[in-house]
Write a protein that binds this ligand. Structure first.
Ligand code: CDP
Ligand code: ZN
Length: 165
């Protein structure tokens, strides 16, 4: 038995903030970073929601509310690892994930191998089961105008025990 899930997230770009995507610290050409209560890692958030969505376990806003000071500056890759634990506790095994980062800048592809490694380690799946892609928005809209970065992800999970589903 397989289930599929999708996730999406967007954070504003702002000065004086780090730019962290899929657990990798990047330099933005305009010196900008992502604004948010946690570390604002939109890629980690989209991946977390894809896994939660596949298992129908809600979303990260419910699990880690940004009204809770506990999650201030939180390492979103640690939250992704926690999500993977919850998915397994519900009787599912993550099979693969596919991530697309929507960013006008910086160039993501040189960092994709390290991002894949970090995601694989956080979820506990082989690196071959992790895909990281990127798109610009051709200069259009808030992402194209470098005011935001977004990420979308899908995840497949498999019933951990054949008899359990
Ligand atoms: O050519 P197309 O419109 O499909 O894509 P694009 O948005 O122009 O991006 C071209 C290529 O640049 C993508 O296939 C990515 O490999 C890469 N890219 C990247 O590395 N970092 C980004 N922030 C955006 C795109
Ligand atoms: Zn987010």
């Amino acid at each position: 038995m397989f289930r599929i899930g999708t996730g999406f997230d967007l954070h504003r770009l702002a000065p004086g903030r780090p730019l962290i995507l899929a657990g990798v610290r990047l330099e933005h050409p305009d010196g900008l970073g992502l604004l948010g209560h946690s570390d604002a890692d939109a890629a980690a958030h989209a991946l977390s929601d894809a896994l939660l969505g596949a298992a129908a376990l809600g979303d990260i806003g419910q699990l880690f509310p940004d009204s809770d000071p506990q999650w201030e500056g939180a390492d979103s890759m640690a939250l992704l690892a926690d999500v993977a634990r919850r998915v397994r506790a519900a009787g599912w095994e993550p099979e693969n994930v596919d991530l697309t980062i929507l960013a006008q800048a910086p160039k993501i592809s040189p960092h994709a191998p390290l991002m894949r490694r970090r995601i694989a380690d956080a979820i506990g799946i082989p690196v071959e089961a992790v895909s990281v892609k990127a798109k610009t928005m051709e200069g259009l809209g808030p992402i194209g105008e470098r005011r935001a970065i977004a990420a979308q992800a899908s995840a497949l999970i498999r019933g951990a025990k054949d008899s359990s589903r």
